[in-house]
Design a protein. Sequence first.
Length: 310
Amino acid sequence: MRIVVALGGNALARRGDPMTADRLRANVRSTCEALAGLAREHELVITHGNGPQVGLLALQNLAYRDVAAYPLDILGAETQGMIGYVVQQELSNALDGERQVAGVITTTVVDENDPAFERPTKLIGPQYSAHDAAEAAAEYRWTIAKDGKAFRRVVPSPNPIRIVQAPLVKQLLDTDYLVVCVGGGGVPVRADAAEKRHYGVQAVVDKDLASAALAADLEADMLIMLTDGDFVSQHWGTPDQKDILTASADAIAELQFAEGSMQPKVDAAIRVARAGGRVLIGPLDRLDELMARTIGTEIRPELEQGIIYV
């Protein structure tokens, strides 16, 4: 099978962990060891988030005031190289060098008139207390939103139109490479048709939506979105919470989920399922159970019942 696996933030930086290089490598190592079985048997593309890391780089960037801060598109490319290098190396190590792993810096075409630029929702960087968040918002002119019991910076997250390097990724898969790409959703760019050029834009593309765009371009059989939740849940965190085992694309499209977290995953799943693929959303640390369908949520092109709850 041709499978795209999208790694959530917990695969790179678990909540409460210090955002150090050692913790990044340790988390990625355990993730790649869990993925080694899939990588041995299937055509595999690994994508990953970058929200905590790109926010941290932006903060470090602001600390040096002698030059203008680097823009988000360049910081996004930097995180692709940083995280992609570690994933590439640790996956190769987990496979004992049995297969070649290629890391590709990818760019994602977005619409510069996307309404997301007027309404930031993408959470990046570390968590703050209410007081520290208010100070950061005032000092850096950031938009701040709630993240659980804490607060984080939010930036525009436009809808991905296409992955520029998708044909290259397909060539690598066709020649038996494993591929790491679309880090942080890919570097967002606008396409100038008249000039036949691309230009970076100030945003962070959601990696799940970008992974769905890539999966569609590659005609992948399956998209797996690995997260820290056991299921996609309707009315999550309330007494009315209902965990979803299986759903059709059309049925789950009628439901609403949290913006900036679960909604992009569901939107990505709908895009892939409507193109004929299967989607699994579930916990990284129980990947075997997710594949066996004893945990996690599956979204299919069609399902007679519409939605099956746990």
